[in-house]
Design a protein around this ligand. Sequence first.
Ligand code: VGL
Ligand code: ZN
Length: 198
Amino acid sequence: MKALVIVDLQNDFLPGGALGVRDGDRIVPMVNRLMAGYEVVVATMDWHPADHGSFAANHAGREVYEEVLLGGLPQTLWPVHCVQWTGGAMLASGLESRRLARVFPKGEQQEVDSYSGFADNGGRGDTGLAAWLRERGVTEVDVCGLATEFCVKFTVLDGLRLGFEVRLLAEACRGVELNAGDCERAIGEMAAAGAVIV
Ligand code: VGL
Ligand code: ZN
């Protein structure tokens, strides 16, 4: 059984959002079309408390995109984004969300970020996604969404590590591209780890 995993297709990651990804809105109609081809479709949601440690605003004297240590792990500081229950955290309004069998929130712990839809960046907390997929007999996972070199990449790498066959639906992803070439490099890493790039 194959599942579609839609990563962080939320308002704050769309153009005009707090952490807007260029052309992020362009993938919404594509994802809507893709959903019809899967028996199981789920989404992940970045879902932070207002005091989350990944927000530059919560570190006195620090700027957005600086690196700090958070709970012993290197952490890029972001603008305030995807705060629980705010409009920015809601799924993209054009997304046909009634097709989602379930939504998996992540990044709820103040002291650790969670790029992957499976587990937090420290590999301690588990979102329950892997167990949920296995219970339904899912062995193959197709991944799309935002952002290519952060949450999409780490979801793909964790999926492989957890034993799923993973395909990256590259056209249905967009990246932040803090530095030119970041998305290409991320796709290379995913391919090297065993993901099939579609
Ligand atoms: C993401 C940065 C911070 C993502 C989430 O969804 O790729 N990026 N939080
Ligand atoms: Zn986040």
